[in-house]
Design a protein around this ligand. Structure first.
Ligand code: NAD
Ligand code: DAU
Length: 339
């Protein structure tokens, strides 16, 4: 099989490429990535000499780029996106260009290339927010109610993917996953930012009261879930992925402090995120029952592995905390708190 992964130089995409090459050694895999601030070729340094791996620099929103790359491709796995909620609040435009227009351009090219499968990687944020003190969870029947520019752009992309199935019979599948953490995560998301700040002896900025809840899943489990949908999932269907583990931000940070043997004075409460979604939780019964997927890693074990990875790979993340990162950090954490 010839597999084209878009956004493969990012966090989940690069973990997925490692996973796929390990588990499908006869496939030829093309990584198609624009290399934005979040795309990092170093994530894949160890596979560049693998004859089954190829890299193409390109933009999913540019049809000429993507048409050429799709020649002879059987399976498309679409990870390419602007992915950070806080950046979407500072500047929504790139989110619409890549996540909405880019997905549409990619879908058109996939039809022309007659791909056998178009798998779209999406998020639980499309469903909106749950109450803190409830046992409700999102599932495949939950109505869409996106509340940030990022979530709205991903919701639009999901609708487009489904519309191309209904209208043009493009053989699609979609997954909506909860928050991921693990190796190669750009140090702007809560867990990667917290670990890297602490390793530099800086404080961890916690938004609002810190009691926001997420269903943290180790990235390798997400990759295995996508594999099971691509190999065993039903065309036209959506599958929700999560670990059934409500964890508040403050609990997650305290766990990291405990692993690093640091004190709680490293926590700094800062101004809240506008429109902050209180709680996400996923009911993953469908993928478990129909496809036999289940997570391998519990939160604490995976968090320990992740902290160790960032400790052992300082070279990887220290380079990313450069001038551009500092500019973003100033805007997001310093200037915003002064107003
Ligand atoms: P990321 O920001 O780490 O990586 C995104 C990648 O896409 C980067 O390599 C970037 O260069 C590339 N890219 C951006 N615009 C592009 C374009 N126009 N053309 C080609 N490549 C482009 O993101 P991530 O956290 O790895 O997320 C990957 C996907 O998974 C996204 O679609 C995201 O919505 C979804 N998702 C993420 C999470 C999470 O917790 N991180 C959870 C569920 C779903
Ligand atoms: O739920 C899936 C989504 O998870 C993905 O679709 C997104 O791509 C991914 O970025 C993530 O979105 P979140 O907004 O939930 O993740 P983030 O790591 O930005 O924030 C997690 C929680 O931590 C959230 O309640 C906001 C809070 N937070 C975040 C940062 C960056 C803080 O308190 N301080 C911070 O500095």
């Amino acid at each position: 099989m010839k597999v084209l992964v878009t956004g493969g130089a990012g966090f989940i995409g690069s973990n997925f490429i490692h996973y796929w090459l390990d588990n499908h050694s006869n496939d030829h895999l093309i990584n198609f990535d624009k290399l934005t601030y979040a795309g990092n070729p170093e994530n894949l340094e160890d596979v560049t000499s693998n004859p089954n791996y190829e890299f193409i620099k390109g933009d999913i929103a540019q049809s000429a780029d993507i048409k050429e790359a799709l020649e002879g491709v059987d399976i498309v796995v679409n990870f390419a996106a602007e992915s950070h909620v806080d950046r979407s609040i500072l500047d929504p435009a790139p989110f619409i260009l890549t996540n909405v227009v880019g997905t549409q351009v990619l879908l058109d090219a996939a039809i022309q290339a007659k791909v056998k499968r178009f798998h779209h990687v999406s998020t639980d944020e499309v469903f909106g927010a749950l109450e803190l003190n409830s046992d409700k969870k999102f599932n495949e029947e939950t109505n869409y109610n996106p509340r940030s520019p990022y979530a709205a752009s991903k919701a639009a992309s999901d609708h487009l993917v489904r519309a191309y199935f209904t209208t043009y019979q493009l053989p699609i599948t979609i997954t909506n996953c909860s928050n991921n953490f693990g190796p190669y995560q750009y140090p702007e998301k809560l867990i990667s930012l917290a670990i890297t700040n602490l390793l530099e002896n800086k404080k961890v900025p916690v938004y609002g009261d810190g009691l926001y809840v997420r269903d943290w899943l180790y990235v390798e489990d997400h990759c295995a879930a996508i594999d099971s949908v691509i190999t065993k999932g039903k065309i036209g269907e959506t599958y929700c992925i999560g670990i059934d583990n409500d964890i508040s931000n403050i609990q997650a940070i305290k766990k990291i402090l405990e692993i690093l043997e640091m004190k709680e004075d490293k926590i700094e409460y800062v101004k809240d995120r506008p429109g902050h979604d209180r709680r996400y939780a996923i009911d993953a019964t469908k993928i478990k029952k129909e496809l036999g997927w289940k997570p391998k890693f519990d939160f604490e074990t995976a968090l320990g592995k992740t902290v160790t990875w960032y400790k052992e790979n300082k070279n990887w993340w220290q380079k990313l905390r450069n001038k551009n990162f500092e500019n973003y950090y100033q805007k997001q954490y310093i200037l915003r708190n002064e107003t």
